[in-house]
Design a protein around this ligand. Structure first.
Ligand code: CAA
Ligand code: NAD
Length: 387
């Protein structure tokens, strides 16, 4: 089995710099690569800030940890002595395929390429690179140093060795908020586990956000509807935090691969076109110029039905079980908790699934969003045997 020592992190943005930080903290030598000096500088500033904060807490020696990272603007030369690339470039299949090929063309013959894609098929990313058996998925959650979950994904051609090494490397990355949780994703299907559960909720969110926009309801009133869930971030804040572009590209990808019902709604499309991408551009649903916003939740819009959301998530979880993507509903729930700090769908709704099936059937009849039609495993309650 290849011993991983040298890792190239490709992309120095939100995710890339977080991945590079936990990789140097784990003891790997890292080269962080991006296309422009200003992007690597910004990524390095974030890593310096995080590592220095940990030194202040007496948890590490900053100079030693930071001594393990270099930066580069040239992937082909950066991979020459690398054992693994963890890729976190923009969510576009053409770019991911291209950098995967550059890795395999220029890296050593044992190099592994692990993509941090949020949604895309690992098999397709690796199909033209010449070594698809050395391609896997390693899907982190934002912010990487604080979120416990990493999903490790097996593409159709991923070798057992590549999958095992990817699992081992993922396990070795420290997490600042509890123990790392590694979710094995047994088949590469759009969105893997956690994002896939939440992707069809996007169909509902687009519907509700477009409705709120038509009615002139402010975003914080819509977010106030969700305050009762006591999730760590309200949906508008979380969308901004993740990046509107990531949701937009994700929606387009699901629309192509799963159903046109996933097409980004009017509001998200408008924000994407106006470059209101959230935290990364300083403006999304909220203004981020003064840091993370804290919306006033005293006035509610009264538009959101939580039973529909619960039903959508449980239905999608059942599909993942039907398709053999996850081995049990416990893995699905645990991955959701570790990836988003919120309970998974089965924990919340398994005892009243019949009621939720009915609710979802009514919503499909109202909106014509047929992708949301309850699947057999959900309707029949068969999922209860897959704990
Ligand atoms: N290095 C070192 N320390 C860091 C750090 C870093 N990079 N980042 C943060 N910290 C420290 C902070 O300094 C702080 O410590 P001090 O108070 O001592 O300064 C501590 O960590 C906590 O930071 P916050 O105050 O920011 O933490 P919080 O309590 O507000 O919680 C959160 C933040 C964990 C992100 C919480 O809001 C949360 O769980 N939000 C939900 C996030 C979520 O759902 N993420 C998943 C999105 S989906 C996704 O990622 C998948 C995809 O493909 C799109
Ligand atoms: P980002 O826009 O913050 O960063 C992407 C970086 O990739 C940019 O700095 C860009 O310059 C760089 N880049 C683009 N093309 C490149 C190339 N050819 N070579 C080197 N660098 C290149 O985006 P992000 O939010 O960090 O997302 C990166 C990836 O991680 C995407 O696939 C996204 O779906 C995934 N992801 C995002 C989140 C999230 O919450 N934002 C969570 C999990 C996974």
């Amino acid at each position: 089995m290849v011993d991983i020592k040298n890792i190239v992190v490709l992309g120095a943005g939100l995710m890339g710099n977080g991945i590079a930080q936990v990789a140097i903290m784990a003891g790997y030598n890292v080269i962080m690569v991006d296309v422009k000096q200003e992007f690597v500088d910004k990524g390095m500033a974030s890593i310096n800030k995080g590592v220095n904060r940990l030194e202040e807490k007496g948890l590490l020696t900053a100079a030693e940890v930071l001594g393990r990272i270099k930066i580069s603007l040239d992937l082909a030369s950066a991979v020459k002595d690398a054992d693994m690339v963890i890729e976190a470039v923009v969510e576009r299949m053409d770019i991911k395929k291209q950098v995967c090929k550059t890795t395999m063309d220029n890296g050593p013959s044992h190099i592994i390429y692990a993509s941090n894609t949020s949604t895309m098929d690992i098999t397709e990313i690796g199909e033209d690179c010449g070594a698809p058996e050395r391609v896997s998925g390693m899907h982190f959650f934002n912010p990487v140093p604080l979120m416990r979950c990493i999903e490790v994904i097996r593409g159709d051609k991923t070798s057992d060795e590549t999958f095992q090494i990817s699992m081992d490397v993922a396990k070795s990355f420290p997490c600042l908020r509890g123990e790392r949780y590694i979710a094995p994703v047994l088949k590469s299907r759009p969105g893997f586990i956690v994002n896939r559960l939440n992707a069809p909720v996007g169909i509902y969110s687009h519907y509700i956000r477009d409705l709120a926009y038509e009615k002139g309801i402010p975003w914080e009133q819509l977010d106030a509807d969700y305050a009762v869930l006591k999730s760590p971030m309200l949906p508008g804040v979380l969308s901004d935090y993740v990046g509107i572009d990531t949701s937009y590209y994700g929606g387009l990808y699901y629309a192509e691969k799963l159903s046109p019902d996933f097409k980004p709604g009017k509001v998200i499309t408008m924000m994407f076109n106006e470059k209101k991408l959230g935290r990364k551009t300083g403006q999304g649903f909220y203004d981020w110029s003064e840091g993370r916003p804290t919306p006033d939740t005293s006035k509610k819009a009264g538009l959101v039905d939580f039973d529909i959301i619960a039903a959508i998530r449980m239905n999608e979880g059942c599909r993942l079980l039907e398709q053999g993507v996850a081995k049990s509903y416990t893995v699905i729930d645990d991955a959701n908790m570790a990836g988003m700090n919120t309970p998974g769908p089965f924990a919340r709704g398994k005892d009243r699934y019949k009621e939720l099936v009915k609710k979802l059937e009514e919503f499909v009849a109202l909106t014509g969003k047929t992708y949301l039609t309850p699947c057999e495993t959900f309707k029949s309650g068969k999922f209860l045997e897959m704990a």
